[in-house]
Each structure stands twice: as structure tokens, then as C-alpha cells.
Design a protein around this ligand. Sequence first.
Ligand code: UDP
Length: 363
Amino acid sequence: MKKIWIVAGTRPNFIKITQFKRVVAEYHSLDIKIVHTGQHFDKNMTDVFFKELNITPDYFLHIQPASPVQQIAEIIIKLDKLTNEIGKPDLIIVPGDVNSTLAGAVFANKSEIPLAHLEAGLRSFDTSMPEEYNRIVADHLAQYLFVTEESGKENLMKEHCTGNVYMVGNTMIDTLKHFEEQIEKSQISEKLKVEPENYALVTIHRPSNVDKAENLKKVIEVLNCISNFYKVVFPIHPRTEKKLKEFSLFENLKIKHNIIFCEPLGYLDFQKLIKYSKFVLTDSGGVQEETTYRQIPCLTLRKNTERPVTCTIGTNTLLPFDIKSIEEYILQIKNNQYKKGTIPPLWDGQATERVVKILNDIL
Ligand code: UDP
């Protein structure tokens, strides 16, 4: 029996790995364990996902809220302790681009454990994004690189990454397709009193948008602009809430009658809101992909994206911080003149199957 560990620690990580245990159960020679680092600890960002998505972490490293350096160091040390206690796995998988990804990759390399990177090759080419070096390091250390879109393959080649590259599609879409029936049953629209196609859904949490008061003020201008056209549903990421409070901007925004605030939502509720929204405003990586899959217009409040396929063939547009052009896009959407988009190749709900089959052949 070959042992595989998935090292995951954040909301988007968990959403990318929900189908692994189900698929691996079909292979009698593979055993998979989920190691939860504890990087996200807020119950709205973790527990709700385990419950809804049926994920049970097998090992919990319980890292403490701390600086990225301390967290990365602690994850590496705790992974080392875990292997000393129960032995090394035959392979480690790290999904995505967060600090747990980097820590898992460095640990695997230093412990001579083969490494696979899920969602390899994505590049924003913006090194001020904390995720960019996590992606680069994980890709250079991995022997197996699982890619979601063509640009990933090209970037890995240009950087001379030495691992084997496999275009497998997008495991995030596997989750979405697998839970479609439960998503449909969510009562969130009734709870928030929003009508289908009559609201915009917003998620904003990237440091470039929320960490400086001047940038966060611009985000608020954008929200105010949207609220002139549509109701806005805004589930607030803990980082954004903290910054809104720190810069005393929260109260101003709260009194706007057309903006509905809520805590970060569970997966099923959030997906239901995407599915029936008029459009989504975001700076999230995963949400750009989910809207492209659903063919819902997505305006991304960023200068770049590591997921270019969502713009070239999907429904995503990088939005300049200029209210006039934002209004133009909203009007296009309102008048059904916004681009339609198509679903990228292999975003078909079978990516996890492809990954597991490859791992079964390799190990
Ligand atoms: N998401 C969610 N509830 C929310 C906001 C987002 O379930 O209130 C989901 C979203 O659909 C996507 C994932 O969280 O699947 C994206 O996570 P996040 O934006 O934190 O990370 P990123 O993708 O930017 O790395």
C-alpha cells in the first residue's frame, strides 16, 4: 500500500481536495491521508467546509496564528515530528499557493519525499503577491506537476521546472460538480432576500486591495457604484473585516441600504449565490474559475491574474480602478452585452480521477 499525504491548510485548499478520498477508494494500492496544518483556524473558514464537503483531516498540526515565517517554520517542524512518529509517506501532494503549500513543499524536499503540486504553473508575474513565490518554489521542488490550464504548462517550461507536467483539469470544478444537488438546495437567497440575477456578489480579501486604507477606500467606492445598480451581497473575509475596522471604514459602509453584509459563507451557500448572481466582483483566485465554469460575468479587482484562461476564454475581466469604466462594464452586464465565455478544456469534473490514475501508475 502506497501512502499519500495531502498537506492543506486554507479554505481554497480544502475545496480543491474534496474528491481525493472518494477516488482513491477505487484503487486498492493507494492510501490517502489529509494533514491539516491549521493555517486557517476561523470556524467559518474551516469547520464548515469539513462538514459540508465531507472532509475529515487525519492529522491536525494545530499551528498557531503567527507571522508567515513562524507559521511556515512551525508546519515544517510539525511535519517532521509526524513522520518521526508514524513514518514517511511515499508522496506528498500540496495544493494551491498558500504558506502551507510552501511549507509542505520544502518539507518534502528536505525529507526526500516525492512531491506533487496540484494547480502547478500558475503565475501572476507579480512578486508583490505573497502567493507568487509559494507557487514558484513548489513548482521547482515538485516531481509531479498537475496543471489546470495551458498557461501553466507554458510557464513551467519557460522556467525549466524539472518535474513531469500533466494537464489534468481543475479539481475545484470537480467539487462544484459533485455537490451541485446540495448547492441547489441551499436557502441562502431566501435568507438574504435576494432575487435571482438581481444582485451582485462580492468577495475581496487580497492584501493589495485591503491592507492599505487608500486602496480599501477605492474598493468601497466600487461597492457604492455597484449598489446604484444592484443589491450587493458581501460576505466579509476576516482579513477584510479587520482592515475595515482598523481604518474606521466599516460603519460608513454598513449604513448603505443596498449592501448586505454577512460572515464568510459556507461552500454550498456561496456557490448558490454565484450561480444565481447577475455578476461577481472579486479578487479571489478560485472565484474567477468558478464563475468561468458557470459562465457568470466576473469582474476581478486586480491588475493581473494567474488564471489567464478565465479572461481569454472565460467570463472574467480585470477591472481598472476607474469608476467610469466600471460603470460601463456594469451597463454591459445589465444590457446582456457582456462577453459570454466558454468552459476551459478538462474542467469537466474528472480532474481528481486523472490525478489519482497518474499517481497510481507512478507509485
Ligand atoms: N468561498 C466560500 N465562501 C465565501 C467566499 C469564498 O465558500 O464566503 C469559496 C469560493 O467559492 C472558492 C474559495 O472559497 O471556492 C476561494 O477561496 P479564497 O477566495 O479564500 O482563496 P483564493 O482562491 O483567492 O486563493
